[in-house]
Design a protein around this ligand. Structure first.
Ligand code: PMV
Length: 330
């Protein structure tokens, strides 16, 4: 079996250590239009299906890395020291341990999230991508984006996509070693595209996506149909991006998200991330759409709703959904 350490060894085989005084990087958060749901390898975070996302401009994570003045690793989040007992600290340092060339290099890691907690957006994607890029910068490895995508993927699957800005496709790959499972940029710019985030709650979810997807794969009969649907949806979304066909993009993303949630709901215990306000928002979107407003939605492993629309209806959307946070990805 291929381990995380084996992956790092393979990726760094031609890299030399060229320590800098400080390494830094910014990675944007991303929202999948065709979702990653289900792992074929839990150790390496290898997905069962390919996925495609759009990044969220300046919402994301900035990370700075220096040598620590102390004989231990220090982690800061938005200028506050993170307790070594916390899950956040453990996840960061476990990842750093995979990559750092020597245990004598104690680090000071400063993480700044520009994702407002209120937006209820996951920060692990941008967090692990920024950490990977900042480590690459600090150690002077000069890794390619593809290699950094493979590394970030081992921190959190969706982090493989946060290495890039814009539309990003994560190819599931087929090798057991996962070295062909990385994300690539789709170089299309869609100026008119907007994403509106309707915050239902900023509370942390009870089942994280890692456990959620494992539970679904193990217990849902509907999951059998997911890989084929995801592959078909991915083709449609790539076509819609190429042709700038907003209706096809919106419809496919909405159906893809609902299908993912259907697999969660049909497992046991049923996994229901939606809250009453989530459902109310969906009904409102459908009502407005039936009245002629071209808006669609997607939802990740949580209750918050992301509305997809184009610039031409921005004012209407703003007026209909109070408190909505609107993002211009391009
Ligand atoms: O990267 P993870 O392990 O947090 O999983 C992300 C899962 C979804 O957000 C539901 C889908 C996706 O492709 O981002």
């Amino acid at each position: 079996m291929f381990t995380k350490k084996d992956t790092v060894k393979a990726i760094l085989r031609n890299s030399e250590l060229n320590l800098k005084e400080m390494g830094s990087a910014f990675a944007p958060s991303n929202i999948a239009l065709c979702k990653y749901w289900g792992k074929r390898d839990r150790e390496l975070n290898l997905p069962i299906n390919s996925s495609l996302s759009v990044s969220l401009a300046d919402l994301g994570t900035a990370t700075e890395i220096k040598l620590s003045d102390n004989h231990f690793d220090e982690v800061f989040l938005n200028n506050e020291r993170v307790s070594p007992e916390s899950r956040f600290y453990r996840r960061v340092i476990d990842f750093v341990d995979l990559i750092r060339p020597s245990n004598d290099l104690n680090l000071k890691i400063l993480t700044f999230n520009s994702i407002p907690t209120a937006a209820g957006l996951a920060s692990s994607a941008s967090g692990f991508a920024a950490l990977t890029m900042a480590l690459n910068d600090f150690f002077g490895f000069k890794l390619s984006n593809e290699d950094m995508s493979v590394l970030a993927r081992m921190g959190s699957g969706s982090a493989s996509r946060s290495i890039y800005n814009g539309f990003v496709k994560w190819n599931k790959g087929s090798n057991e070693n996962g070295l062909d499972s990385y994300a690539e940029l789709i170089p299309t710019v869609w100026d008119e595209l907007r994403i509106g985030i309707v915050e239902v709650t900023a509370e942390e979810k009870k089942v994280d996506s890692r456990n959620g997807m494992n539970q679904t794969v193990e217990t849902s009969h509907l999951y059998e149909s997911w890989p084929k649907q995801a592959a078909d949806d991915l083709d449609k979304i790539e076509y819609a991006i190429r042709e700038k066909d907003f209706e096809l993009l919106g419809k496919t993303a909405e159906q893809n998200a609902c299908s993912m949630h259907a697999t969660m709901l049909s497992g046991f215990p049923p996994l229901i991330y939606w809250l009453p306000e989530t459902v109310a928002t969906i009904h409102k979107i459908h009502q407005l759409r039936s009245e002629g407003l071209p808006i669609y939605f997607t939802i990740d492993a949580g209750p918050n709703v992301k509305i997809l629309f184009e610039e031409s209806v921005e004012e209407v959307v703003k007026n209909q959904f109070s408190g909505i946070k609107i993002i211009k990805p391009f």
